[in-house]
Design a protein around this ligand. Structure first.
Ligand code: HEC
Length: 184
């Protein structure tokens, strides 16, 4: 007898559970369809949107971070500058030249040659080359940042990452000339 009533109780709980799941699913659908979710670039971001996206991204990069297979040299910077000019400058700009639409992307494409903060950081010069390499190789989902692992060679991705690490330094003239040369 006791067994039977506990079986009926379970049935009710299960039914309640199903009903709950259905209500949440329906509510979620109604919110997506009729709610004020931000979909335009000019919409305000969701609360904590930046933090929510950055947390798993940084954790993943930390887990998979690699070190550069070669050291820096003028050759590396020049090769990196060619890669940058051809593949990155259209969104991230070049020294002294901003891209008009970059700030109207969401998230916006940062100018990687601009000084920011109080410690003389230029672009991502405060990030380890391994972090920049990860972003270049894998891209950043739901942003305009493409994945280059099928576009550039491994060496090219390291060259441009090492160049960006040193964006806060005085770079050899040929390097800045390549960066500021007309689009190939
Ligand atoms: C189509 C536009 C576009 C192109 C081309 C592009 N990026 Fe990006 N990139 C973005 C956007 C947008 C973001 C911002 C993503 C975010 O906020 O999470 C970004 C982010 C980054 C970041 C992280 C910046 C930070 O502050 O942490 C790095 C590093 C980067 N890009 C490097 C590159 C390199 C190197 C190339 C070329 C090989 C490149 N990008 C090409 C759009 C682009």
């Amino acid at each position: 007898m006791a067994k039977k009533s506990s079986g009926g109780g379970f049935g009710k709980i299960f039914l309640g559970f199903l009903l709950g799941v259905a209500t949440v699913a329906l509510g979620l659908f109604a919110y997506l369809k009729f709610g004020p979710l931000p979909v335009a670039v000019s919409d305000a971001p969701l609360p904590f949107e930046k933090e929510i996206v950055k947390l798993p991204l940084n954790a993943r990069i930390e887990r998979e971070s690699k070190t550069a297979p070669f050291a820096i040299s003028e050759d590396v910077f020049e090769s990196g500058a060619h890669v940058y000019r051809a593949q990155c400058a259209s969104c991230h700009g070049t020294p002294g030249h901003d891209v008009g639409y970059a700030k109207y992307m969401f998230p916006s494409a940062p100018q990687l040659w601009k000084k920011h903060g109080t410690h003389g950081v230029v672009g991502v010069s405060d990030d380890e080359p391994g972090e920049t390499y990860w972003k270049v190789a894998n891209g950043i989902r739901l942003t305009g940042m493409p994945s280059y692992s099928h576009v550039l060679s491994d060496a090219q991705m390291w060259q441009v990452s090492l160049l960006l690490k040193n964006a806060d330094k005085e770079l050899p003239r040929p390097v800045t000339e390549i960066l500021n040369s007309p689009t190939p």
